[in-house]
Write a protein that binds this ligand. Structure first.
Ligand code: DAH
Length: 338
């Protein structure tokens, strides 16, 4: 019996030594289980002499303990190995460069708006903003465009109610500014405007304007010309000249449309200026006395000039873009060129 037990020990320890995670549990059952080999041998203990019995019992216990210890050791080793394998497999090299994300960039309209702001801020202007949902009063009435005035037809307006609309120009910000500020005033106001125009290559129901307003004692048409000339040179190049053509806006008197000499041909005539040598860039004029007094500013004491330009238009001219729709379609092939 002693021999049998020693054989079991040897066989069990050998088996454990070469066991894998999966077979270890089988080995445990095979040798130590209720129907295991060790138990089977011990069942035969009844045939032993009383002297032999405790010795064999002791031996069987030792064997059981050594098998259990061997299994525990094997389990521990397997766990340690598993952890090591996992650590090796999941090793992170923190010095490997990450996947580069393509960087976005500023939309051409935003870029030009910022350039415009920089130019005018450089001349001492302050940037102010006004609401896009506006009262008829500010968009038309206070700007000397009463009901039934033909100028309303040129700005097809989105009305929300009889008195509330989506502003069709940035000029209402002039009125809002003069209402709560005393001169000297020197502001620009960029922003979205809306007109119920069908979308085509030169029209969009939503576009952007930039309004300018200067009010102080003794402001003249000369100040307007000087300001716009400085602006045109900074925007289109040092050699740029400007010219005023008489025009009519209800909120300015006198009014003008302002052209810049073509920066491509210098005035000789080319494709960009359609052979004219000049490109229209904005509308301007001296603030109408009616508008000043409407805002509580005495036109006998103060005078001012105003101008308004289309940011899309300036961007299209300066970047050679021939279709306004390109700004809003977000086609990467277009945007990536800027
Ligand atoms: N608000 C005019 C428009 O949308 C542009 C304009 C012209 C603004 C002359 C002005 C100005 O301030 O003096 O057509």
């Amino acid at each position: 019996m002693k021999e049998k037990l020693n054989q079991i020990r040897e066989a069990a320890l050998n088996a454990i030594d070469t066991a894998t995670d999966a077979t270890l549990e089988q080995i445990k059952v095979r040798y130590l289980g209720k129907k295991g080999e060790l138990t089977a041998v011990l069942r035969g203990m009844g045939s032993l002499t009383p002297e032999e019995r405790p010795k064999i019992g002791q031996l069987a216990n030792d064997i059981r303990e050594s098998i259990e210890a061997a299994i525990a050791k094997k389990v521990q080793e397997a766990q340690a190995k598993g952890l090591e394998r996992k650590l090796r497999a999941e090793k992170l090299d923190v010095t490997v460069p990450g996947t580069a994300l393509p960087a976005g960039h500023i939309h051409p309209l935003t870029k030009v708006r910022r350039d415009l702001e920089d130019i005018f801020i450089g001349m001492g202007f302050q940037v102010v903003e006004g609401p896009e949902v506006e009262l008829d009063y500010y968009n038309f009435q206070a700007l000397n465009i009463p009901e039934n005035h033909p100028a309303r037809d040129t700005q097809d307006t989105f009305y929300i109610t009889d008195k509330i609309l989506l502003r069709s120009q940035t000029s209402p910000v002039q009125v809002r500014t003069m209402e709560h500020r005393k001169p000297p005033i020197r502001i620009i106001s960029p922003g979205r405007v809306y007109r119920s125009d069908a979308l085509d290559s030169t029209h969009s129901p939503l576009f952007h304007q930039l309004e300018g307003l200067v009010v102080d004692k003794g402001i003249t048409m000369g100040d307007l010309k000087g300001t716009l000339e400085t602006f045109a040179k900074k925007m289109f190049g040092e050699n740029t000249r400007i010219r005023f053509r008489p025009h009519h806006f209800p909120f300015t008197e006198p009014s003008a449309e302002v052209d810049a000499s073509c920066f491509v041909c210098g005035g000789k005539g080319c494709r960009l200026c359609k052979g004219e040598g000049w490109i229209e860039i904005l509308g301007a004029g001296m603030v109408h006395p009616f508008v000043l007094s409407n805002c509580g500013i005495d036109p006998e004491e103060y005078s001012g000039f105003a101008f308004g330009l289309g940011i899309e238009r300036i961007t299209m001219i300066s970047r050679g873009i021939d279709d306004i729709r390109l700004f809003y379609e977000n086609d990467q092939r277009f945007l990536n060129q800027f």
